[in-house]
Design a protein around this ligand. Sequence first.
Ligand SMILES: *[C@@H]1O[C@H](CO)[C@@H](O)[C@H](O)[C@H]1NC(C)=O
Ligand SMILES: *[C@@H]1O[C@H](CO)[C@@H](O)[C@H](O)[C@H]1NC(C)=O
Ligand SMILES: *[C@@H]1O[C@H](CO)[C@@H](O)[C@H](O)[C@H]1NC(C)=O
Ligand SMILES: *[C@@H]1O[C@H](CO)[C@@H](O)[C@H](O)[C@H]1NC(C)=O
Ligand SMILES: *[C@@H]1O[C@H](CO)[C@@H](O)[C@H](O)[C@H]1NC(C)=O
Ligand SMILES: *[C@@H]1O[C@H](CO)[C@@H](O)[C@H](O)[C@H]1NC(C)=O
Ligand SMILES: *[C@@H]1O[C@H](CO)[C@@H](O)[C@H](O)[C@H]1NC(C)=O
Ligand SMILES: *[C@@H]1O[C@H](CO)[C@@H](O)[C@H](O)[C@H]1NC(C)=O
Ligand SMILES: *[C@@H]1O[C@H](CO)[C@@H](O)[C@H](O)[C@H]1NC(C)=O
Length: 609
Amino acid sequence: MDLSHMWFYFFSIFCLTGSSRAVGEFCKDYGEEFDRVFSVPGDAAMLNCTLRAPNVFNYTIVPYNISWYNSKTWRELTREKGKVVVQGTTLWIFNIEMEDAGYYVCIIRTPYGCFKQSNILIVNQTIPDKCGRPYTTEQVLTNKANDKLSCPLTQHIRIVDNYTIQWYKDCKPIKNSNPQRGRFMTYEEKLLIKDVCPEDNGSYTCTMTFNLEGHRGRISETIDGAVKMLYSLDPLVDEPLNDSVKADLGFPLRKKCRAFVPGLGEHTETLIWMAEWTFISENNSYDIYQEPQIERRDKEGVWLERLLNFPVVKEEYLYINYTCHVWSYREYRSAYFTLLPTDSKNLLPIWILLTGLLMFTGSAFIYRRFKIDIVLMFRRMFPFLYTNTDSDGKVYDAYVTYTSLFGGEVSGEAEMFALHMLPQFLEGKCGYKLFILGRDSLPGQAIVDAVEESIQASRRLILVYSGTTFCSRGHSDKDSPVEAWQSFERETAMHRTLLEGSLQVILVELEEITPTQLAFFPESVLHLRRRQGAICWWKSSRVRRNRGLKCGGCREVNEGEDRRGEVASASVFSPSLSSSSRFWKELRYYMPVRGKRMSCPEKNSLLIL
Ligand SMILES: *[C@@H]1O[C@H](CO)[C@@H](O)[C@H](O)[C@H]1NC(C)=O
Ligand SMILES: *[C@@H]1O[C@H](CO)[C@@H](O)[C@H](O)[C@H]1NC(C)=O
Ligand SMILES: *[C@@H]1O[C@H](CO)[C@@H](O)[C@H](O)[C@H]1NC(C)=O
Ligand SMILES: *[C@@H]1O[C@H](CO)[C@@H](O)[C@H](O)[C@H]1NC(C)=O
Ligand SMILES: *[C@@H]1O[C@H](CO)[C@@H](O)[C@H](O)[C@H]1NC(C)=O
Ligand SMILES: *[C@@H]1O[C@H](CO)[C@@H](O)[C@H](O)[C@H]1NC(C)=O
Ligand SMILES: *[C@@H]1O[C@H](CO)[C@@H](O)[C@H](O)[C@H]1NC(C)=O
Ligand SMILES: *[C@@H]1O[C@H](CO)[C@@H](O)[C@H](O)[C@H]1NC(C)=O
Ligand SMILES: *[C@@H]1O[C@H](CO)[C@@H](O)[C@H](O)[C@H]1NC(C)=O
C-alpha cells in the first residue's frame, strides 16, 4: 500500500470516527476518478466531481450539496481568496504549488445518502527546454492539407469568463496572423494551419488566461503536433456536376462518378452511388446497378471511378437524385445528378409533321417526274379499274388532223407523220381506231359532213402541226377552196373543243416553233397550247440546237431526255428508240383508256425507262 492509499484509508476512518461534519456518515465510495489532473507550479487546475451523474442519483429532483476535502488537512475546501474557487461540480485551485499535489475528495450529500470520490492532482515542475508541461497529448497534422490543432481546454472554457488563448510553438509565441498573410490563425480554442509542411512537426503549447469569480488564472496544455507524411486529402468530385441529366425512356444510360483524392501512401478511399440514400446494388442482374470501383494511383493521389448503369431507363427512375459519395481517409464529399426525361413528348408531333411533309414532297416529286409511267403501268396492271370506253357510242378513238391536207413543202412532215407513223403505232401496236381525214373519208362524201360526223364519233382530237402549218394562214388565198376547207375543218374542231370542252384535244408539235411562227398560230391553238401544252415530237427526234430555248407550251417530258436527244439521229423520222418511246408513252397517256383490249408494247418502253 503506497502513501496515497494510506491517506485515503485514514480519511475513511476519520469520517467514521467523527471529528468533522462527516461524523456517523457512511458514504458510498466511488473510489478514484480515472482522469488525473496535471498541473505545473503557477498554473491553475480544475477538478470535477463526476458523481453528480444520473447513474449515481437523480440530481434533477433530489437536492444535494457538494463538498470538497483536501486529504492532507481534512479541511473542507471553500472559497479562499487567491487560491480556491468551488463552482458547481468543479474545484479550481489557483497558483499551484508543488505541495498542492494529492487527493481531493468530493462528497455529495443528499437527504437519502451520500457519495464520495477522490480526484488526483499531479504537479510536476515545468521542463525548461520543453517549454510546456511534462505531460502532453498527441495530435496529427496532415501534410499538404489545411489542418488544425485543438487546445484541450474546452471544458474549462465553458466555465471561465473573458479568456484568451496564446499559442506557442517550441516556446516561441505564434502570432495570430490573418489567413491571407500567414499560415497560422487562431479560432476559438483552435489553431488553424494552412498547407501543413514537415517543418510544422513539433510541440505546441496553448496557454489560456481567464477570469473566474474575480480570480485571474492561467492554464496551459502542450500538444505534440505530429506531421503525418502519408496523407490523404479531401476528395475532389469531378462528376456528376449537381445538375440534371436528360434520359430517354426505354434506352440505356450510364453515368460515371469520378473523383480525385490527393494523397501519398495507401489509404482506404471509397466511392459509391446511392439513390436518395438507398444503396444501389453491384449485382448486374438488378434494374439499376453500379460497377465495381476502379482505382488508379499516381504520385499525386488516387483517381476513383465508378459507373452507374441503367440498362433500361424507366419512368420510376426519373426525378430522383443519384448521389455519388466519396470518402477519403480524411474527408467526405458528395455530388449528385437528377434524372429527368427528355422533351421528346414535345418534339414528337414536329417529327411526325416533318416526316410527313418530307414523304409528301418526295411522293409529289416522284409522281410529277414519273406520272406518265405510273399511270400507264396502272392502266396495264389494273385494267379493271378503268371503265371501258367501248360502249360510249363513239366509233373512233381519235380524229387525226394534220391541217394541211395537200401539203406544201412544210406540211409534208405532218402528213407523213399523221398518215404513217401515227396509225402504225396507235392502230398497229395499241389497237386504237383512228379517223384520218383523207384516208378514211369516203370518196364523194361532202367533206364538211365527213368532218362533222367523224369528230362527233371520236373520243380525242389529235392536232398534228409543224412550225409552218399555220404560217400560210395570214397571207393565204382566201378564195382557195382548199384553204377555206382547211380553216373550216380546223375551226369546227377547235370550236367544239374549246367552247364545249366535249372533246379532248392532243397537240402534237413536230418541230420547234420560233416566236415568229408562233405569231401566226390561231388564237384557239395558242390558248390550248398554253393551257395544256403539246407533246413534242421534235424533242425526242432532233438534236436540239438551242438547248437554252424552252419549248413554250411543250410539256417537259423528262430531263434525261435531253441527253438522249443529243445522241439521237437528226432525222425527224428516225428518233432514238428510247426518246421516241417517251413520246409514244405520252401520247398513249392522253389517249382514251383501252381497258382490257390494251396491247401496247409496254415491256419495251418500261425497259428503256
Ligand atoms: C464534470 O463531470 C460531469 C459528469 O461527468 C460532466 O457532465 C461535466 O461536464 C463535467 N464538467 C466539467 C467542467 O468538466
Ligand atoms: C429523475 O426524475 C425525473 C422526475 O421524476 C424523471 O423524469 C427522470 O426520468 C428521473 N431520471 C432518472 C435518471 O431516473
Ligand atoms: C446543503 O447546505 C445547506 C447550507 O449549509 C443546508 O441548509 C442544506 O440542508 C444542505 N442540503 C443537504 C441536502 O444536505
Ligand atoms: C511528475 O510527478 C510525479 C510525482 O508527483 C512523478 O512520479 C512523475 O515521474 C513526474 N513526472 C515527470 C514527467 O516528471
Ligand atoms: C478581460 O481581460 C482583459 C485583460 O486580459 C481586461 O482588460 C478586461 O477588463 C477583462 N474583461 C472582463 C469582462 O473581465
Ligand atoms: C516530429 O517530432 C517528434 C518529436 O516532437 C519526433 O519524434 C518525430 O520524429 C518528428 N517527426 C518528423 C516527421 O519530423
Ligand atoms: C444477383 O442477383 C441474382 C438475382 O437476384 C442472383 O441470382 C445472383 O446470385 C446475384 N449475383 C451475385 C453475384 O450476387
Ligand atoms: C436533389 O438535390 C438538390 C440539392 O440537395 C435539391 O435541391 C433537389 O430538390 C433534389 N431533387 C430531388 C428530386 O430530390
Ligand atoms: C454538389 O452538392 C453537394 C451536396 O449534395 C455539395 O456538397 C457539393 O459541394 C456540390 N458540388 C458542387 C460542385 O456544387
